[in-house]
Design a protein around this ligand. Structure first.
Ligand SMILES: [Zn+2]
Length: 266
């Protein structure tokens, strides 16, 4: 019975996803890209995108709802309109659709998912590393047209203020370096570090030092096990002389005698 309910819920989720006129998951990918490579550039120059720029955050159809989302920890997403909490972001999105559908940006027709071709959503959606056939079937002419569209889009977003030509060019080139410039068959499938999920980066950063410490301790314990008796060795100087001349010359026969025929594996 439990399984039937789960399957039914998933089917309902899929059916409702199809009804959405503007895909939330794809919009989210574009929004994240904009945050990383678009808004950050304007912020660093202390500038604002042109108010009529389609990529301006105030024009994003879902921007009000996105501002009322908070993630307290990995499996707790909270709606800041009413305080309800959800296990994942998709359920919170469904809640927005069902309970707060009036909280869309009024009069906006900007669906960020419509810019997916420029912001390479397919690469972020599908984190495969090869993309063999996509690369083979890549159409350079199509990407050239897309690159022109991208450049026109970025140009339409340059600030309204009295920024110098050099200042505008700097913003244009800084944004273009991570967006429009990648729209060619050589760079389109290039994987970047930011495509790695945050939890993987954190896990990697935490586990790596422990791994090296464990490795050092392992070799230290091995060295101590096989050679640690030198300091308390009570052999006479003659024995010592015999050992030092024979142990190394005979290729470790002395060590083998001390520890039997156990192989020195490490
Ligand atoms: Zn709510």
């Amino acid at each position: 019975m439990k399984w039937i309910v789960i399957i039914f819920s998933l089917l309902m989720l899929c059916a409702n996803e199809g009804d959405t006129h503007c895909s939330r998951p794809l919009s989210r990918i574009v929004r994240n890209q904009l945050k990383e490579h678009f808004h950050s550039v304007f912020l660093s120059k202390n500038q604002e995108p042109h108010s009529k720029c389609p990529l301006h955050s105030s024009n994003d159809l879902y921007s009000i709802q996105e501002e009322h989302k908070s993630q307290e920890y990995a499996s707790k997403w909270v709606c800041n309109f009413c305080g309800k909490a959800f296990y994942n972001e998709n359920y919170l999105d469904k809640h927005f659709d069902n309970k707060h559908s009036d909280m869309l940006v009024k009069g906006s027709s900007v669906c960020l998912a419509d810019f997916c071709d420029i912001f390479r959503c397919q690469l972020f959606e599908n984190r495969r590393s090869d993309h063999f056939w996509e690369k083979k079937l890549c159409n350079e002419d199509r990407l050239r047209v897309l690159r022109r569209r991208c450049e026109a889009l970025i140009r339409s977003c340059l600030p309204q203020s009295n920024l110098s030509v050099e200042g505008e060019l700097e913003i244009f080139e800084a944004i273009g370096a991570n967006t429009c410039s990648l729209l060619n068959c050589k760079d389109f499938w290039k994987q970047t570090n930011e495509m790695m999920p945050t939890w993987k980066i954190v896990l990697f950063a935490v586990v790596t030092p422990f791994f090296f410490i464990a490795l050092i301790m392992y070799y230290y314990a091995l060295a101590d096990y096989y050679y640690g008796e030198f300091a308390v060795d009570s052999r006479t100087s003659d024995d010592e002389e015999h050992w030092s001349s024979s142990a190394w010359d005979s290729g470790g026969n002395e060590l083998r005698r001390r520890y039997g025929d156990r192989p020195l594996t490490y």
